[in-house]
Design a protein around this ligand. Sequence first.
Ligand code: ATP
Ligand code: MG
Length: 408
Amino acid sequence: MSFGFFESTDTDRIPEVILCKLGEVVLKGANRQSFESSLIKELRRRASPYGVFKIYFKQSTVYVEPQNDECDMEGMYSVAKKVFGIVGVTRAAVCEKNMESIVAMAKRYLPDKLRGKSTFKVDAKRSDKKFPLTSPEISRDIGGVVLSLVRGIRVDVKNPEVTVTVEVRDDNAYIRAGQEHGAGGLPLRSSGRGLLLLSGGIDSPVAGCMMAKRGMEIEALHFESFPYTSERAREKVLTLAQQMCEFCAKIHVHVISLTHIQEELRDRCEEDYFTLLLRVFMMRLSERCAREYKCGALITGESLGQVASQTLAAIGVTDSVVNIPVFRPCIGLDKEEIVRQARYYGTFDTAILPYEDCCTVFTPRHPKTQPRVEEVMAQLEKIDFDGLLEEAWGTMYTVTKVVYDGYK
Ligand code: ATP
Ligand code: MG
């Protein structure tokens, strides 16, 4: 069996392709080509564990064509749903573009896809205007096929449960039933690089994925405070980074120890300011890390008013100590909304494991919720701020996580 792209020795196997519909990429005017090429490159990188696929862009759709029987279509399909820049993913059967083949393929392909559904409509499109039937004629014929083969199903043109699409394109005809949502957003690596402050909580992995969705390549920084935080707490963070790679593909996780800083704060500063002072150190170290690894912004999982260090005044203080954009994509989300996102990105179950974070070590009993920058700075006078920063910077090491071994 051959359709120009697919040679199969298995005559029972229906030749299928995966079609990916692009989202905002199509609005990109002059930059469109570079967005498209970022997307195609990413899909090609992500496809390699699933076999040999030909991936190309044509008539505002990305085609993912298996090149032999060994290709894992299920695997490739679920990956396509996690590639940012794609809004819709569907599998389509391919046949020659004549009505006899289209009807024969519809008979083989559609009953399985539509069984148990209550309503459908057929949407036919012809980019080959020389095709002898008009779009309404194609729709009518294929609608008739479905009605005769799927028991109990009805036509509903206004609000169908499934839309069957028949597309007669330049090369072949494509038949598909329904379309699933893709991950949306912009292709990875199309919006520069951001440094995510990654804790072991629910919020920061979501924040990282949200910015990756806007095309940012994610680099992560985790602060630990061994022995006050445990080996298991660090492993949990690395697991979260690994899970994020399903969407973010590759993440370098830098780890810095705050142990000495926290001990100094505990011994020399007023307790009510601990968390804020710690955040000042975190922000300054993060800014340095961002510059070192060419990240144009910091990303945090803060949500306004969620905890004492996330009041407007506290955020004002943390923002004032760095000179780099700080993205807080969760700022306007409720916890419930963040949890929903965490489940979608696959990080929730790990995030709720109950290990300590450096922010929960030596927590003040009455944290300042309305701090003033000058008060916080006055506390920093009591310690060797620059020396401690330098020492902490020296503790940094890096672990790299990738979506699969061999991902570049
Ligand atoms: P999360 O659920 O992401 O842990 P949180 O609600 O617990 O957030 P905080 O502990 O105040 O809030 O932390 C706010 C943000 O600061 C986090 O979302 C994260 O971006 C950053 N952060 C906190 N702890 C760490 C850490 N140990 N290492 C790196 N970043 C951290
Ligand atoms: Mg936290």
